[in-house]
Design a protein around this ligand. Structure first.
Ligand code: GLY
Ligand code: MN
Ligand code: MN
Length: 448
């Protein structure tokens, strides 16, 4: 296993505490915030999907168990941070593993109080009563929506003798997601590590690629490198698309044979300690680009390089997208794949025939991370600590009879994870061959 740098890595209790404090400072006075852990999901009878805590819940607690509720009650004398979680149960633990339990949770997570989840309905009423407003993530989890409404109803039913129920509901997401959008140094370290592990996966897949191999066998190379280096899961379903499949943006059946002459598009990234990476490389199955593949690749690469340079504080989030569109449209014009003038193509958006998605998205704990892209209807400005992907592409459908046959079925995307720094940008996903020369020489070295 490679030394991927594990020293002093991770989010400390101090940072979790700071996040909770900052969130509570942004809440209106006399309010309560309620969050639920992610639900457990059945894959089929008795078999569950691997559990993964909700990003919001983990961001505020560092607690990875299911069946938990967090209450944040700023200004509450007896304690502001209260967790409801599964009780310790030695017999149950024998079957499904360690349970932290409320008593240990208080010290381990450095929170004010913790109670068994089985008692939540009784205890939480006392926390909600007398508060003017509830912040929670409405309309995302039917079960939790139902619970919150039942608590409010219960308080209302007793309002003749007790305090009135809260009169306002506010979406917690906006406040919380603005915090998540700006990454701390510790978060950036984790994202760099995720990207570093993913780079090993991409190189392993490139190394193993040969005509005749199946797409899922390259997926296996990615997965093995991820897990071997400490990631427990991909951040999303890996895309390994060869030939025409590279033109399908979210292709993930990954079950076809890779043929000589195919381009292979791999869009894959691991999650490390709750932080995602998202990287795409496109390379020729046999190690050498054809003339047409090369011409399209150069346009996408140029668009990616120039879009990355447009990532800097003060630029709008959309600036890199505009750069990528202009370069791709001009490149397609030069090749005769589009006709007319550049300005008319940009205006009519005809380039969307070949480049139909945006240049990127926020990335963090979620691969498509939280945070608004616009403020008051205008593209927001980039700020240090934000992380965005830059991933332009050109996809020429195999069934697009409006273009000469030689171009059809070429699908190319190049994607990296870019941190906004004080002075510009930093590429977090380094170390994977990207230029045509780098790719061809890397692949020929592996064959030799
Ligand atoms: N891997 C999904 C994306 O690039 O957005
Ligand atoms: Mn991707
Ligand atoms: Mn992406």
């Amino acid at each position: 296993m490679l030394d991927l740098g594990t020293s002093a890595m991770g989010i400390t209790n101090r940072e979790f505490k700071k996040r909770r404090k900052e969130l509570m400072a942004r809440m209106e006075p006399n309010s309560i915030g309620l969050l639920s852990s992610a639900p457990e999901c059945l894959r089929n009878n008795d078999a569950e999907y691997q559990y993964r805590q909700s990003s919001d819940f983990y961001y505020l607690t560092g607690f990875s168990e299911p069946q938990a509720i967090l209450a944040l009650v700023p200004g509450r004398q007896q304690g502001e941070v209260i967790l409801f979680c599964r009780e310790k149960d030695i017999e149950k633990e024998l079957w499904t593993g360690y349970i932290l339990g409320p008593d240990a949770a208080i010290n381990t997570l450095e929170i004010d109080d913790a109670y068994p989840i089985a008692d939540v309905d009784d205890i939480i009423l006392g926390l909600i009563e007398g508060r003017d407003r509830i912040y929670y993530s409405m309309g995302k989890d039917d079960n939790f929506d139902g619970k919150v409404m039942a608590w409010v109803k219960n308080i209302r039913n007793n309002a003749k003798v007790g305090p009135p129920p809260p009169s306002e509901f506010q979406v917690l997401d906006h406040l919380l997601h603005e915090l998540r959008l700006i990454k701390s140094p510790a978060e950036i370290k984790l994202m760099e590590k995720a990207a570093k592990i993913s780079a090993e996966g991409h190189k392993a897949a490139m190394r193993r690629c040969n005509p005749g191999i199946k797409e899922y066998q390259l997926e296996a190379e990615l997965q093995y490198a991820f897990v071997r280096n400490g990631s427990r899961s991909p951040a999303y379903q890996s895309i390994v698309g060869a030939g025409d499949n590279a033109c399908v943006l979210h292709y993930n059946s990954n079950n076809e044979e890779i043929k000589k002459g195919d381009l292979v598009l791999i869009d894959a990234g691991c999650e490390y300690d709750y932080y995602a990476s998202d990287i795409t490389r496109t390379f020729p199955a046999s190690g050498k680009f054809t003339k047409e593949q090369r011409l399209i690749y150069e346009i996408v690469l140029h668009a990616q390089e120039e879009s990355i340079k447009a990532v800097r504080p003060g630029n709008t989030w959309n600036a890199p997208h505009d750069v990528s569109v202009a370069i791709i449209a001009q490149g397609l014009l030069d090749l005769g794949l589009l006709t007319g003038s550049l300005s008319q193509i940009l205006k009519s958006e005809e380039y969307k025939q070949f480049y139909m998605h945006r240049v990127g998205h926020w990335i963090g704990m979620d691969v498509h991370d939280v945070g608004d892209y616009k403020i008051d209807g205008h593209w927001r400005l980039l700020e240090p600590g934000m992380v965005t992907t830059i991933e332009p592409g050109i996809y020429i459908s195999p069934s697009d009879t409006s273009v000469p046959k030689k171009w059809r079925g070429i699908g190319i995307r190049i994607e990296d994870d870019i941190l906004v720094t004080k002075t510009g940008y930093k590429v977090l996903s380094n170390g994977i061959p990207k230029t045509i020369d780098e790719i061809e020489s890397f692949m020929s070295d592996q064959v030799a």
